[in-house]
Design a binder for this molecule. Structure first.
Ligand code: SF4
Ligand code: MSK
Length: 635
């Protein structure tokens, strides 16, 4: 294999070569076939919102059209498109939250087989935030009441969301003044679709104001609900040791991949795979055991709570099948490539789809229902075991690489980690920032993308931030990219962090990069920032904190929604590539500059990870200066 022929971690490079040798087309090949991508689409100035069109604005030709048939100009078209992207992304997180709420409520009522409420303390805290009196009530009754209230909140028509009350007073007042406080989670989504219909909202600022509202309903609504209820139902994570990369598959065991997002399925599969009866059945088929390993965010849900290995991130889903060692890939929804059945047709791998929202022709569909959760998971796993004997040993190529990591950090765990057993506090973190040991905090999140360097941008960016004493928090596929390079281990502090950050990590015994979970758990970053503000000494609003966020290789509309809820909450967010907006100068100016006057947050776009790091560090330094913090201790 020629050196550096492919980007990405070494296992990815190795498996891409295998794919090429087998003449199997992967996501990278398909991306190249689409090059150059459509200029109008890239700029965000094509519209097919009604049958007067489709229309496109032509910025390349002075005589080309500058408005659509209806008269919409580039500002309106690009803002409408952007609002629809935010809405689709938020819709995914909110639907995920609703799915968890359903399982949670069924569990509380005793209708979900194999599930039980595992964090009663958190249940009580969240119930009280929803105005539920807990005294004298059983866990079941509290849970039923909470589940019903959350369901109702999705469709709430007036008022404010319960969990957004966690935000600092400064943000809440700002949001009320701007008119962007979300009323109900679904309500804002429906209004977004109505506003973007032809001839409704024709002002790009007004469209963006509603985009902020939808995004806030995601971050402080649907995503936060998903995080909190998953903790209550599947247990709140604590740091543990894990492994990541394709090398987690084993030649002599049944290998099962779980892929998608909602832990209702992956948690049950992981649970059932350790059932002695199931393990004994695997032995009868000649396998020494069962490996259940995850892909994308569902992997991170079970990694955080069960230590289940992570086979890979988004770009590795096809490569997992190409190892030839995967008996089964069980998928639910989101980020599951439609190409999987075609790739699987080259091997013995069975692809099983399970969610009524997400059908994939060419897969076997076994609907997952909580009522029979354990039994269905068992049936699926037995099929995987039966498939072990169909594996073609000549086609097996499992790369050796798998890297250790320590995931499982949460807003609540930071209290224990920093305060020890006697003090329950964020004080050491705030003091570390105030005294100049830690420059600030950066969230490096999001997907991996074949247009970019397939994970390398994350690694380069994170290393540069660590060198400059920036504590990094991660979620999603970005976290897996860095885990594969062993950045999520305590030892990474000594290798990559500046002296100040190193001292803190050494004292606490934590990695310099904290894994907070899957994409929906970006909500943990919001709540941790609220605790930092509450602890004191770093201003009174989220917008004053020395923090920044980045998604170097984002691809999903969900990333746009996440980025917007951080910008709406006062943060700088840098994307490696812009979402489609450069066709409108006014909208570009709005998202990169003007919005800062509204929320204190703004967007930047920069593909070079080193330049991206500089933008983030400059921003963090400016926030430190505004807070009048002392210079960094070791510079
Ligand atoms: Fe064209 Fe306007 Fe219809 Fe869009 S809404 S397709 S710009 S006529
Ligand atoms: S799975 S949204 S590729 S992070 Fe959440 Fe990864 Fe992005 Fe999907």
């Amino acid at each position: 294999m020629a050196e550096n022929k492919f980007y990405g971690d070494s296992a990815t490079q190795e498996m891409r070569q295998v794919a090429e040798d087998l003449n199997i087309q992967t996501i990278w090949d398909r991306e190249l076939m689409q090059e150059p991508h459509c200029g109008f689409g890239t700029l965000g100035i094509c519209c097919k919102n009604c049958n007067l069109g489709p229309c496109r604005i032509d910025p390349f030709n002075p005589d080309g059209p500058k408005v659509g048939v209806c008269g919409a100009d580039a500002d309106v078209i690009s803002a409408r498109n952007l609002l629809r992207h935010i809405t689709a992304g938020a819709g995914c997180h909110n639907d995920h939250g609703r799915e968890i709420t359903k399982t949670f409520l069924m569990t509380a009522k005793g209708e979900a087989q194999g599930y039980k409420i595992q964090d009663e303390q958190k249940l009580k805290v969240v119930a009280q935030e929803y105005g539920i009196t807990i005294e004298g009530k059983s866990v079941q009754d509290i849970a039923i009441e909470l589940g019903k209230k959350i369901f109702a909140e999705y469709g709430q028509q007036e008022g404010e969301l319960a969990l957004i009350q966690r935000a600092p007073k400064k943000q809440k007042e700002l949001w009320r003044k701007l008119g962007v406080m979300p009323r109900g989670i679904d309500r804002e989504i429906v209004e977004a679709l109505a506003r973007t219909n032809m001839g409704v909202d024709n002002d790009y600022r007004s469209l963006m104001r509603h985009g902020i509202k939808v995004a806030l309903g995601d971050g402080w609504g649907g995503s936060m609900i998903a995080t909190e209820l998953s903790d209550i139902l599947f247990r709140s994570p604590r740091p543990l040791s894990g492994q990541s990369n394709l090398g987690v598959f084993k030649e002599d065991e049944v290998n099962i991949g779980v892929h998608g997002h909602v832990p209702v399925l992956s948690d049950m599969i992981a649970q059932v795979a350790s059932d002695p009866e199931v393990l004994a059945y695997a032995k009868t088929k000649g396998a020494h055991g069962i490996v259940v390993a995850g892909i994308c965010c569902t992997a991170l849900e079970s990694l955080m709570r069960r230590g289940m290995p992570v086979a890979g991130n988004f770009l590795q889903q096809e490569l997992a099948i190409i190892t030839g060692a995967l008996e089964m890939l069980i998928v639910d929804l989101q980020c599951v490539l439609p190409s999987l059945p075609t790739i699987a047709s080259n091997f013995h791998t069975k692809v099983i789809s399970t969610n009524p929202r997400a059908h994939f022709p060419g897969t076997e569909y076994i609907e997952f229902k909580e009522e029979k959760g354990y039994d269905i998971a068992k049936e699926i796993i037995k099929k995987a075991i039966d498939n072990f004997q169909n594996r073609n040993k000549a086609k097996v190529h499992i790369p050796k690489q798998s890297a250790p990591l320590v995931p499982g950090f949460t807003t609540e765990y930071v209290f224990d980690m920093l305060g020890g057993k006697t003090r329950f506090t964020y004080r050491p973190l705030n003091d570390g920032i105030i005294m100049g040991r830690i420059r600030g905090i950066a969230g490096v999140v999001g997907c991996d993308n074949p247009k970019m360097q397939s994970g390398e941008s994350h690694v380069k960016l994170v290393k540069e931030l660590l060198k400059n004493d920036v504590l990094v928090v991660q979620t999603g596929c970005a976290a897996t990219a860095c885990a594969k390079e062993e950045l999520l281990t305590p030892e990474a502090a000594f290798k990559y962090a500046g002296k100040g950050l190193q001292e803190i990590c050494e004292a606490v015994g934590c990695p310099p990069v904290l894994h907070l979970g899957p994409c929906v758990d970006n909500s943990r970053i919001l709540t941790a920032c609220c605790e930092i503000v509450k602890e004191g000494g770093l201003g009174v609003g989220l917008d004053e904190l020395p923090i920044a966020g980045a998604a170097p290789e984002w691809m999903s509309e969900k990333a746009i929604a996440i980025g917007w809820y951080f910008v709406a909450s006062g943060a700088l967010v840098v994307f490696g590539t812009p979402y489609p907006l450069y066709g409108s100068k006014n909208l570009t100016h709005f998202v990169t500059k003007e919005v800062e006057e509204w929320t204190g947050g703004r967007w930047a776009f920069e593909p070079d990870p080193m330049k991206m790091a500089k933008i983030m560090i400059d921003h963090i330094n400016a926030k430190r200066k505004a807070l009048n913090l002392r210079p960094m201790m070791y510079q």
